[in-house]
Write a protein that binds this ligand. Structure first.
Ligand SMILES: Nc1nc2c(ncn2[C@@H]2O[C@H](COP(=O)(O)OP(=O)(O)OP(=O)(O)O)[C@@H](O)[C@H]2O)c(=O)[nH]1
Ligand SMILES: [Mg+2]
Length: 177
């Protein structure tokens, strides 16, 4: 059985904890606390440590799913959580004030020097927003970055699975080349 680590990062409320609980086949280890930073996000709970879940793909690959805390005061934990990750899922909340600034921040923080596979999932596309989905594709082209990007709903298991499978598929391509 191959074992890999995939890390979910993204802003507060982008859906990291939700994505891991949608996908995990084991009860998720979560570190939710009451959200005292209502200015940053209005939701009731926020991650203050790490989320952990697991999924097995094709009976052959077991993936540890690690969720980071989104609040910027926990930014110091991000590199530690990302250590040894095969891939990074960046979740962007499309209804946030400046989703492109979020994308820039998380790419900057998580791409790293090693060969991590990056995939971007844009959540809350069903929520009304001032932006069109096209802004991401255009931003990536303008900034000469080539990462797969998908519109996802973190509440939908298949959407989250698509992000994880994209990372695994990229690994297989790298191995074959
Ligand atoms: N409408 C809508 N709701 C979504 C979507 N994706 C996730 N959600 C909801 O948005 C909320 C996200 O909350 P969390 O998963 O706790 O967010 P988080 O990224 O873990 O946030 P922090 O731990 O605070 O950094 C949950 O209530 C989800 O059910 C989506 O695509 N559309
Ligand atoms: Mg969380």
């Amino acid at each position: 059985m191959q074992r890999y680590k995939i890390v979910f990062c993204g802003g507060m409320g982008s859906g990291k904890s939700q994505a891991i609980s949608s996908l995990s086949e084991i009860p998720v280890f979560a570190t939710e606390a009451l959200n005292t930073d209502e200015e940053a996000h209005s939701k009731l709970h926020t991650t203050v440590g790490i989320d952990y879940g697991e999924i097995t793909i094709d009976d052959a690959v077991k993936i540890g799913l690690y969720g980071t805390p989104g609040q910027s005061r926990f930014q110091f934990m991000w590199p530690t959580i990302a250590q040894g990750a095969l891939g990074i899922v960046i979740l962007i909340d499309h209804s946030a004030e400046n989703p492109l600034a979020d994308l820039d921040l998380y790419l900057e923080s998580f791409v790293g020097k090693s060969e991590r596979i990056i995939v971007i999932g844009v959540t809350h596309v069903d929520v009304s927003s001032n932006h069109s989905f096209d802004i991401y594709r255009r931003w990536l082209i303008d900034n000469k970055k080539r990462y797969p990007i998908f519109s996802v709903d973190a509440r939908q298991k298949d959407d989250v699975l698509l992000l994880v499978e994209t990372i695994i598929a990229s690994l297989e391509v790298q191995v074959e080349v």
